[in-house]
Design a protein around this ligand. Structure first.
Ligand SMILES: [Zn+2]
Length: 246
């Protein structure tokens, strides 16, 4: 039987999760020896740059810089960001990313489907209007799939964390997943380059007949790597937020 998760008001050691309630900030964690000040100081966890509306830089630049921090320094981002706070701004950040990624992934899926129709399924072609329906339906379907998956992931994570005694309530998990949305961008870009690039090369007749097989192997490999990448970055977010005190 695991112990219940700490309350939001409890003070935890950022390094090991030990309960520091009532101990002076000048001391050290009895469990791991880390300075308590490193766990309670307001200097260490700040709202992400995206939420800093007092910052003189334009909104698009704050969006771009926050995205770069999340993609290139995920541990640092989640270790230095507040785990609670404005959910609306975090949600807006996520929606912009989900829209961009759904569009890119939808076009990539369309390029893949278009190649399949032309090359593999050429003896039973679909009517011309089907191309336009697919061009609209694939990005919309991708968007719905991403948002539903994230909602489900947030619920399951909070439930699992509560069961295991980790302090990851639904609001904290959701906020982290909203910022994790930036990680869809590299995945979507690589998918678009792969599917779109192959479609273009194939259309211009620059490929051997066997290239289709190599393309499918590459695509399968990319799907596996992308799933691993998205899960790993999700875990970096959760691991670096479960002992956050603010
Ligand atoms: Zn500790």
């Amino acid at each position: 039987m695991t112990s219940p998760a700490p309350q939001e008001t409890d003070i935890l050691c950022e390094n090991c999760g030990y309960m520091l309630n009532g101990l002076p900030p000048s001391g050290r964690c009895p469990e791991c020896g880390d300075e308590i000040d490193l766990s309670v100081s307001q200097r260490l966890r700040k709202p992400p740059l995206w939420e800093d509306i007092g910052d003189p830089r334009p909104k698009w630049l704050r969006f771009f810089l926050t995205t770069a921090q999340i993609i290139f320094r995920p541990t640092r981002f989640f270790r230095g960001s507040t785990s609670r706070g404005s959910i609306e701004l975090a949600q807006r950040f996520a929606h912009i990313h989900w829209l961009i990624s759904s569009l890119l992934l939808g076009i990539a899926a369309w390029a893949h489907w278009d190649w399949y129709e032309r090359d593999v399924n050429r003896f039973t072609p679909l009517p011309a209007w089907a191309r336009w329906v697919m061009f609209l339906a694939l990005p919309i379907g991708t968007y719905l799939a991403i948002t539903l998956t994230i909602r489900l992931a947030a619920r399951l994570t909070a439930w699992e964390a509560a069961y295991r005694g980790y302090r990851l309530p639904h609001g904290v998990v959701l906020r982290a997943l909203y910022y994790h949305a930036a990680h869809f961008l590299p995945v979507a870009l690589i998918a678009l380059i792969t599917c779109g690039g192959f479609n273009l090369l194939q259309r211009t007749g620059q490929l051997l007949f066997t290239a289709g097989t190599a393309y499918l192997y590459l695509l399968c490999g990319e799907v596996v790597v992308a799933a691993g990448y998205l899960f790993n970055t999700y875990w970096i977010g959760m691991r670096n937020l479960m002992y956050a005190n603010r």
